[in-house]
Design a protein around this ligand. Structure first.
Ligand SMILES: Nc1ncnc2c1ncn2[C@@H]1O[C@H](COP(=O)(O)OP(=O)(O)OP(=O)(O)O)[C@@H](O)[C@H]1O
Ligand SMILES: [Mg+2]
Length: 467
């Protein structure tokens, strides 16, 4: 431990006898402490109302309020102020009571200078250890953060994510973020932008590529000139231009058509592009982050995604873990969403019941954090009590399904299989009816392309070339 600077310590001596008071003051002052004096408990309390001290050294017997009463009040105002009581000869019972009430130590009269000094030294050493411990814990908390940007979670898997984000934030490298739906890919992209000191005050531009048709996406990304297509009534800059100096986040990159993949490859290789219908080549310095919830390697294998583009974007990749693999973060996430939605809805909600907690812990959360956030938000809106109960949670039968599935597995054919068969049939029928054009099938089913892809994968529906 580093050497102690006694000047940092304030000690208040409380005694009605001027001689004792003065001599204690001198001993402590010469030792190097910052000493103060009061002649009664009342005077001491007034002093303490103005200034915090580390140690109160008080006589047990004082004119009005006793040393014991003073001890009780000091502990109420500043629990970490230590109190030493000086007791008269033979009053060991009150000394024991003092310890019970929170005194650090007691000293019997007659007072011995060395004893006083060593007892105080002991307290100071103890305080230094506590402070050091606190410092170390804070340092540890900093190196093991429980959040990054707006992402919450302290599990080892999230720590790994934070670590990568921190180390790549200030580079210009393209980043690929993968992970199931609702795992926080969008938040991770935003965190990278926020932590990049060269770009954080410039635009962060997010494009949901899966939501747009090829033509719209092209003009959205690269812009167009007047007359480039019907409806192009004036020149328009694209998102790549708008993101200059900042970050462009291309979500659902797997929705890029082969033509757009070529254009993106050119941006990644040379940082250049043209507006639709234009022949002026423009430059972009936007940092590119892309995300997908589909395994790109598989798309490369079946020829849907260019291999050269895949290598270009997969320079640094961040894999967002699914919630079921980091259940240790559930409590902190629930607390976060409870606070957020209680505040939004003007409610006071202290927590969730044990039953709900167990239900949440046993559930697989296929929709990950988004699903959890929705569940908590719905429950907060419904809740009428202090803690969220099972009946407050919307759609709570799905949590029971998880239980039932386990039982069904035991009796042979899983309930899951039984329940999922109709969904598989409907998807197959939609694909057939739309000649295996997945865009059309998805819109017939009322879902987006990504959801359809995920379901096809889940049900092992092999992709057939459109007829
Ligand atoms: N670690 C987290 N801490 C707090 N909130 C989170 C966290 N991860 C995700 N969320 C919240 O969950 C929701 C979904 O997150 P986000 O949109 O980033 O997921 P995503 O992986 O991009 O999903 P998708 O693939 O469906 O677009 C958002 O409301 C986001 O604020
Ligand atoms: Mg997203």
């Amino acid at each position: 431990m580093k050497s102690i600077d006694k000047r940092n310590y304030d000690i208040l001596i409380v005694d009605d006898e001027p001689l004792i008071r003065q001599s204690l003051f001198e001993i402590l002052r010469i030792e190097g402490y910052h000493a103060h004096m009061s002649q009664s408990a009342e005077e001491a309390l007034n002093f303490l109302a103005e200034q915090k001290v580390d140690i109160v050294l008080t006589d047990m017997k004082l004119p009005q309020k006793s040393g014991l009463e003073l001890l009780e009040e000091v502990k109420k105002i500043t629990p970490d102020t230590e109190v030493i009581l000086i007791t008269g000869f033979g009053s060991i019972e009150s000394a024991v009571e003092a310890i019970r009430k929170g005194a650090y130590d007691y000293i019997c009269k007659p007072i011995n200078d060395e004893e006083i000094k060593s007892r105080i030294q002991k307290i100071i050493e103890h305080k230094e250890i506590v402070a050091e411990n606190l410092r170390l814990r804070e340092m540890l908390a900093k190196s093991n953060p429980t959040s990054c940007g707006q992402m919450i979670g302290s599990s080892a898997k999230m720590q790994k994510v934070y670590h990568v984000i921190e180390s790549v934030a200030t580079s210009n490298a393209t980043i690929l973020i993968t992970g199931e739906s609702g795992t926080g890919k969008g938040l991770a992209a935003r965190a990278i932008h926020q932590m990049d000191e060269n770009r954080c005050d410039k635009p962060f531009v997010e494009v949901s590529c899966g939501a747009l048709s090829e033509t719209l996406l092209e003009s959205e990304l690269f812009g167009h000139v007047k007359g480039a297509f019907t409806g192009a009534i004036r020149d328009k800059e694209g998102r790549f231009e708008y993101a200059r100096g900042g970050t462009i986040f291309l979500d659902e990159i797997d929705a890029f058509s082969p033509m757009l993949q070529v254009k993106l490859l050119r941006v990644l290789q040379d940082g250049v592009f043209e507006r639709v219908g234009d022949n002026v080549t423009r430059k972009t310095d936007a940092r590119i982050i892309v995300a997908t919830n589909r395994p790109l390697t598989e798309l490369v294998e079946n020829g849907e995604f260019r291999e050269d583009l895949y290598y270009r974007i997969n320079v640094i990749s961040i894999v967002m873990p699914p919630l079921r693999e980091r259940k240790e973060d559930l409590d902190i996430l629930i607390k976060h969403f409870l606070e957020k939605y209680a505040k939004k809805n003007g409610k006071k909600i202290a927590g969730i019941s044990d039953e709900v907690r167990t239900m949440f812990l046993n559930y697989k959360w296929p929709g990950n954090i988004r699903e959890l956030e929705n569940a908590v938000e719905g429950a907060v809106i419904m809740s009428k009590a202090d803690a969220i109960q099972k009946w407050d949670v919307p759609n709570s039968s799905k949590f029971d399904e998880a239980k039932k599935r386990v039982t069904a597995m035991k009796i042979g054919r899983s309930l899951k299989e039984v329940m999922e068969q109709p969904e598989r049939d409907v998807i197959l029928a939609a694909l057939e009816q739309n000649a295996w054009n997945r865009n059309k099938a998805a819109s017939a089913l009322g879902v987006n392309r990504t959801t359809l892809y995920n379901k096809m994968k889940k049900y092992n529906i092999e992709f057939k070339k459109p007829k």
